[in-house]
Write a protein that binds this ligand. Sequence first.
Ligand SMILES: [Fe+2]
Length: 390
Amino acid sequence: MKNSLLFLCVFVCAPLMAVCQEAFKITHGPYLQALGETGVNIVYTTNKKAVAWVELAPADGSHFYAQERQKIFASEHGNKTENTVHNVRIEGLKPATKYRYRIYAQEVLSHESYIVKYGNIAASAAYRAELPTFTTSDPKATSTQFAIVNDIHQQNDVLKKLLGQVDWSANKLVFFNGDMQNNSRTESQIFSSYMDTAISIFASQIPMYYARGNHESRGEFANEFPRYFPTANGRLYYLLRSGPVCFVVLDTGEDKPDSDIEYSGTADYDAYRTQQAAWLKEALQRPEYTTAPYKVVVAHIPPFGGWHGEMEVAQKFVPILNTAGAQIMLSGHLHRNVKRAPEANAWQFPVLVNSNTSIIRAKADENQLQIEVYDLEGKKIDAVTIQPSK
Ligand SMILES: [Fe+2]
């Protein structure tokens, strides 16, 4: 009996007390999601349940403390969210405008009926520190620059080396084209595997967009993915316009049949891809796509290889993309560099597969979209040039 009590104190009570006594703090972030012409999501986490808000100021040279700044709260359906993952959606911004922002969270100690007890407030530094900024998209922009990495599989060193090649003064956006992690088991896995690295290099100031891979789709934390990577339309597939480029971001799902033993009965991707194809057919008729000089598909699994997921991409998405004049598909998944030309009775656009140790860096202007692939040492290993569509 004595031994059990001792065990309870040492191995259960002590760690619990340590967690309880830990000071309230912001643990990860902030990072930008779903940046558009008039809105953005700012995401960050705290170690305890909290309400959260962002203070916003124009980047007009005034001191952040010059006046009280606009507060935008993390809320859903009119209620401020009480959570450890904070997603502040800001809307009504001016296009092509640079803003500074400061993040806040206040611990919620208890919430019983009408009575809420609040604890300490944590915030990013603003007195001496330079606040992060973001710039909303410019609908009139005739050029853009973007980078894509994929299949990093939690290799922070590889990610650092690849992102170290990006010219952050000119690069407008970054895509994570799937399989950044090996599976999805905890929140800390997301941050320790790649997001802390991304935040330290760019993600608090340059937006990052996800095309989910098959490995993010696996594990007991997989259903939490959209809380960390919100999109403007609430789905994991969406259109995104940056200057002359319309990106068609697809969620290609799992690679094996849904009934495969590896998924333990969790997968329902055939139906999901069918629904997504219906959305795709409608989305590619919208002006943001039809008027874009460049039409670029970002999709983790390519439409070839003979696995079930690859065949689904080929059968459900490619015919719609062909009809709508898609100009290139940028994929990953294979862990090697592959370039396939358009093929009769298949994809009518080139498919460029980026490996797990290379980065796509691309520039678009009025004359061309130049897509280049660089290895870990920064050596150019492939390139594709796309002419503006008519
Ligand atoms: Fe994959």
